[in-house]
Ligand binder design. Structure first.
Ligand code: G
Ligand code: G
Ligand code: G
Ligand code: MN
Ligand code: NA
Length: 251
């Protein structure tokens, strides 16, 4: 309850900030995209992880103004990169429950920041798709027509089925760390990731493996058609200023 109250003031008090994690082409070592990740520096409790405060932000509706701030801040930051490196931003299901507002918001922010639409990927989880298929489909298609990408985040953790890949206009899937973390031990998991990658590839959907921490894991996933890697093996999420330097050369 206390946190819920304090989160109301976090935006105005400049306690929220973004870190960025590169998503890397393993062949060149270069960042092709960077994901903005929200952080809360609480004045007395220190850094509160998003897993803790985003559910609160969603329950209270605060995720709407916070989500707007994230988009504006991240798109503005990405304009300073002076490169083709893309920006990935997470969207909450709550931001999709307000009809066309999300399409208008993204349209407006692309215009005001000048970020080319092809440089923006919007990450959604399957919980967005569970809400109302027809309405969500139409919003996702409108977003795609703006020229932005739509990524299916946390793929493999929920009920996200292959039907989703067929029905919704995804440009990218992000295979969750829960899958990638045990590819060293589990031939079954390896087979699943391989199969998913193959299907996505044939549907012209890009494949990102999340949570790759070791060179052994990196080698494994590279051998079966993953386009890009997000994980500590290349970089943890870092401050905006650090990222600006990091993406200038191969990591
Ligand atoms: O950043 P990790 O570093 O702990 O992030 C945990 C989770 O928090 C992410 O997987 C993502 O689902 C969520 N998250 C991070 N930043 C944002 C954001 O800006 N908006 C939303 N809706 N979720 C975010
Ligand atoms: O064609 P595309 O750019 O999506 O290929 C991305 C990666 O997938 C490359 O590393 C490529 O070597 C690999 N790849 C190409 N063809 C196949 C294939 O038929 N099966 C698998 N598993 N990977 C492939
Ligand atoms: O939105 P999403 O759940 O995809 O956010 C990515 C999450 O994964 C963030 O919390 C980020 O800090 C975390 N992450 C990224 N790479 C790694 C990794 O290599 N290992 C672990 N443990 N977490 C990672
Ligand atoms: Mn994400
Ligand atoms: Na994830």
């Amino acid at each position: 309850v206390a946190l819920e109250h304090e989160l109301q003031f976090a935006l105005d008090n400049h306690e929220l900030y973004l870190e960025y994690q590169p998503i890397v082409d393993p062949r060149s070592g270069r960042a092709i995209c960077c994901e903005a990740l929200l952080r809360w520096r609480h004045p007395t409790l220190g850094i509160i992880p998003p897993d803790v405060f985003i559910p609160i932000a969603e329950a209270t509706g605060l995720i709407v103004p916070i989500g707007t701030w994230v988009l504006v801040t991240a798109c503005t930051e990405a304009m300073t990169w002076h490169s083709d490196v893309k920006l990935a931003v997470n969207l909450s299901p709550v931001q999709f429950r307000r009809g066309r507002e999300i399409v208008d918001l993204v349209t407006r922010i692309l215009t005001t920041t000048g970020l080319p639409p092809r440089r923006l990927d919007l990450e959604i989880t399957e919980s967005v798709l569970l809400d109302d298929n027809a309405a969500t489909m139409s919003l996702l298609e409108d977003l795609r027509s703006l020229g932005v990408g739509i990524s299916l985040d946390d793929f493999g953790t929920g009920f996200a089925s292959l039907a989703y890949l067929n029905d919704f206009p995804f440009s990218k899937i992000k295979i969750d760390r829960k899958f990638t973390q045990d590819i060293d031990e589990s031939p079954r998991t390896l087979a699943i990731i391989k199969g998913i990658s193959q299907i996505a590839r044939e549907l012209h959907i890009e494949r990102v493996a999340e949570g790759i921490e070791t060179f052994a894991q990196l080698e494994r996933v590279q051998s079966f058609g993953i386009n890009a890697i997000q994980g500590y093996v290349f970089s943890r999420p870092v401050a905006a200023a650090v990222l600006r330097e990091l993406i200038k050369q191969p990591i």
